[in-house]
Design a protein around this ligand. Structure first.
Ligand SMILES: O=c1ccn([C@H]2C[C@H](O)[C@@H](COP(=O)(O)OP(=O)(O)OP(=O)(O)O)O2)c(=O)[nH]1
Ligand SMILES: [Mg+2]
Length: 165
């Protein structure tokens, strides 16, 4: 299924977002600038792209797994939400999670991918009591199956508190 999306190239020297393969969900976005990210640093990176989505759609800025696995680069607010009404430049909040290495990206490098999805808008109905469910208020590891991390007692305490509540 496809949807028509209007796109403006704010930096005509760079390509429009494109899907690398048929069937890909994400169209790659590039950086318009050179970026240097020391360990732990983040930067708001311009992509040179603005779009107009039809009503009932949103676009989500997802990290690229290659950048994540090879360099430790992710997106702070992953996935970033692009509202249908937003007409500004799409920007990406890159974060270097590597503790030792500085990451250098060059203008034109693919830094993120844009996933376009239909979204519903809720009509919120306030009630005093919600209907019951199998899960109830269990969450945050209530089903177990996660490895304990050294020094994570505060998180464990929070889980146990919720289990007992
Ligand atoms: O990764 C992102 C996330 C958002 N945006 C743009 C498009 C989006 O429509 C707008 C607002 O995003 P969001 O609602 O996530 O940010 P906010 O902090 O709530 O800002 P606002 O008060 O403007 O809604 O910023 C981006 O360019 N990149
Ligand atoms: Mg907002």
């Amino acid at each position: 299924m496809t949807v028509d999306v209007l796109i403006q190239r704010l930096d005509p020297g760079l390509p429009a977002p494109s899907y690398a393969h048929p069937g890909d969900a994400g169209a790659d976005l590039v950086t318009t600038v050179d970026v240097e990210l020391p360990p732990g640093a983040r930067a708001l990176v311009p992509t040179g792209i603005a779009i107009a989505l039809p009503d009932g759609y949103a676009a989500f800025v997802h990290p690229r797994s290659g950048l994540a696995a090879k360099l430790g680069v992710t997106i702070v607010n992953a996935p970033g939400t692009i509202d249908a009404g937003y007409r500004g430049e799409i920007k990406v909040t890159l974060l270097n999670t590597d503790t030792e290495h500085t990451v250098r990206l060059t203008r034109g490098d693919r830094i993120a991918q844009l996933v376009i999805q239909r979204v519903e808008r809720a009509v919120f109905h306030e009630v005093q009591v919600l209907p019951g469910s199998a899960r109830g208020d269990g969450g945050f590891g209530s089903t177990g199956g996660y490895a304990g991390a050294v020094g994570s007692r505060a998180a464990d305490a929070a889980v146990h508190h919720n289990e007992g509540a």
